[in-house]
Design a protein around this ligand. Structure first.
Ligand SMILES: C[S@@+](CC[C@H](N)C(=O)[O-])C[C@H]1O[C@@H](n2cnc3c(N)ncnc32)[C@H](O)[C@@H]1O
Length: 304
């Protein structure tokens, strides 16, 4: 089954101009290389003084432009988005997924497909081990992004369903999941998991995602996970652990970078085990346990 509930319908399109600039972002680099070649040729073979001077000046100018172009591209394509509030999740994440590459960078920090695939290994290992995912399980991932985890996890479960608020993320997930038999993508149009009936899954998880939500929305998803799980079903949620040294370092780095600045709405907010343990037990889960895998903390819970 590769059933897509029209995630691409209504996908906001990236402007043609912006797309053109992004596709040609290699130009400053190529221009710098070509102008240095011209300078060396003029210098060693032709020895024509004006040409040597002009090519040296062009080479310096192009190198300067090359040096700044990466930063400029990042600023142009990853704007601060401070015009949005954190809770405008759809707008924020559609903007962060303006192109396929930016979508994968926003989802996992990787640009190339090989990087995306290798970035998922420890995540899948942790999930399989902690949530005890088997080939009989129907699994739901909340905030699935480009299907980084689903593509791998689908081979270890009966089915994997990925849901997300961002139509653009889902469009890239659809591309990446082509050819898989047991995956499904669902676009969340309203808050929570209203698109799913009660008792439809054996495992629900959210990875690398709750850090972008405020606390009320984190809690709502845990409550909703309880509803859509079957009896005996398991929940796995994770976040960077503020109580670990590595997590604390990430937090203090953010404090240094964003201390005086307006904070972008996608800036991660970390958790402690206590926060997630409270959500899970208050939602009605039993067997609630915390597992520290620095810099992350996982909370696993069972619907009895
Ligand atoms: C950092 S990405 C992680 C994607 C994926 N879990 C992974 O690890 O590759 C966060 C994802 O959460 C999605 N997201 C953000 N807010 C959401 C919300 N309120 N409900 C559902 N998904 C959301 C974003 O669109 C994005 O795809």
């Amino acid at each position: 089954m590769h059933e897509i509930s029209s995630p691409t319908r209504g996908v906001p399109k990236i402007g043609l101009g912006k797309e053109f600039v992004w596709r040609h972002r290699w130009l400053p680099r190529a221009a710098a290389a070509a102008s240095w070649l011209l300078f060396l040729t003029a210098f060693f073979w032709q020895r024509s003084e004006p040409l040597v001077l002009v090519s040296a000046a062009t080479a310096l100018l192009c190198s300067y432009a090359w040096g700044y172009s990466d930063r400029a591209f990042r600023l142009f394509f990853s704007p601060a988005l401070t015009q949005f509030k954190r809770e405008q999740y759809r707008d924020v994440w559609d903007s962060l997924a303006a192109t396929r590459e930016l979508a994968t960078v926003s989802a996992c920090g990787e640009r190339e497909e090989t990087g995306v695939r290798s970035s998922v290994e420890s995540c899948v290992r942790n999930l399989r081990e902690l949530a005890r995912i088997t080939a009989q399980d129907e699994v739901l991932e909340i905030g699935c992004g480009v299907g980084r985890v689903g593509r791998e996890l689908a081979t270890h479960s009966k089915s994997w369903t990925g849901c997300d608020v961002s139509a653009r993320m889902l469009a890239y997930a659809e591309e990446r999941l082509k050819g898989t038999e047991n995956t499904r993508l669902v676009r969340l149009r309203r808050g929570g998991l209203r698109e799913f009936k009660a008792g439809s899954f054996d495992v629900v998880f959210a990875t690398n995602m709750l850090c972008h939500l405020d606390e009320i929305d984190r809690w709502r998803y845990v409550e909703e996970a309880f509803r859509v799980l079957r009896p005996g079903g398991r929940l796995s949620i994770d976040n960077v652990d503020l109580e670990s040294d590595a997590g604390w370092k990430m937090f203090t780095n953010d404090a240094l970078s964003f201390g005086e600045m307006e904070r972008p709405p996608y800036m991660p907010r970390y958790s402690t085990a206590a926060e997630f343990l409270s959500y899970a037990s208050r939602a009605g889960f039993g067997g609630v346990t915390a597992h520290k895998r620095s810099p992350l903390v996982f909370v696993i819970a069972r619907k009895d």
